[in-house]
Design a protein around this ligand. Sequence first.
Ligand code: NDP
Length: 497
Amino acid sequence: MSMTSVLPDVRTFLERRHGLYIDGGWVASSGEARLPVFDPASGEKISSVADATEQDVQRAVQAAKASFLSGPWRGMPPVARERILLRLADLVERDAEILAQLETLEQGKSITLSRILEAGSSQAWIRYVAGLATKITGQSFDVSIPLPPGARYAAYTRKEPVGVVAGIVPWNFPLLIGVWKVLPALAAGCSVVAKPSETTPLTMLRLAELATEAGVPDGAFNVVTGSGGVAGEALVQHPDIAKVSFTGSTPVGKRIARNCASRLARVSLELGGKNPAIVLADADVDRVVGGLTLAGFLNQGQVCAACSRVYAEASIFDRVVAGLQQAVTGMSIGPGMDETAQINPVASQAHQKRIQSYLERAEKAGAEILSGPPAPEGRGFYVPPALVVKPDDTLPLVREEVFGPVMTVTRVANAEEALVRANDTPFGLAASVWTGSLQAAMELPPLLQVGTVWVNSHVMIDPNMPFGGMKESGVGRDFGTGWLDAFTETKSICVRY
Ligand code: NDP
């Protein structure tokens, strides 16, 4: 065991009486209610945040609207916005250890993962999107308008910021996904009201403070902490929210889409997945086992693109199961602050119970479950990693997104059967193909109904590679050079001369 000691700055942050972050500073909620924040490793309360009311949301949206209409952000030269956002990335780098520790303490994930994927990757994504601020372009057109006879026209388009954006963030990668929901909106010149999950609100509050320090003007980046049912609903239904950028579950995503549809507000949805891996007979077993162990159990499987269903051809199936079983049973389990623990608690007690109930139902139905090491004693929200071998396809654990350290492994006759079963789901986020054949590596990806396919890899993302879902896994794509399009409106301007 190698425990990271909690920094004094982290303790101070946890002990603060956090308010809401509105108009560049801390504001008390109009209500008295507080939301506790728990350490998933111990089940202990470590902090609390304001439980925002509808009036609080109103105040935050008003501040964002005033900043959008009359503040300096939107009209700044793009290079000035870029410079401020690059400075924000430098501040995240400066405070990386504070942010990483806060993330592990509120979310449960390994401190190593928090350092690499929350504090580390957040800097990379902020820098990438900062660069897009200076690359917003329209087009010019030759037009053939016939009236009045002899008139001449020139036409061009401008990309203009869409307005006030609501960024709604889940609890699995609170800082990194928080960056994905807030930063492209800022880079495009929008103002933002962010709502982190009530389970993991702390790093978003810290990010907002750092944004002010970097020079983001007051009101351009606001944070309301609160429940989805009150603060989230009030935000999505607010008439001054022009666009909602959401990552989270499919049921909540559908509800948000319905709420946005009533006033035709723009919406992008990055939702859940039930992501298959197809392992063909000629795959490299060691690479498959290493890659799928990471893809299935990283962050305790609380990853929207995690591999949760493996379909392996008959001749390789036993070797894949044996390798995965060895990997799962050999894992160490412990608190996220222990740098050597490979499996850590899941984010909340409610989620722990939800995963356990999927496993219990599968066990009752007679599924073969190969479990990893038992959870440590105590009140932490642990779920040991589990492989479910050859499960019945009708089990909820096979059909629904479990979002935990649970992977099913199914034997298939050939690639055709694997494809049919892989696509037999309402989800369409991601998939992988494992093979030594160039032919299969080229033929299979176009046949998978998902937004991302990895070949001989799974769950690897990059700011320059668009990411998002088909079917019920979402609408729109995050990342890539076109990322800011979803935060702008195209305006055509036609000049008669
Ligand atoms: P939710 O979809 O409920 O939460 C995501 C965010 O939406 C949170 O900030 C939540 O707030 C907020 N929210 C909830 N209800 C509303 C609403 N009516 N209007 C506006 N915002 C709302 O996910 P959960 O956290 O409950 O997780 C449940 C499941 O969702 C997981 O088990 C997993 O299957 C999936 N999930 C998928 C993710 C992905 O990356 N694709 C990420 C997280 C979850 P609050 O948390 O305060 O309720």
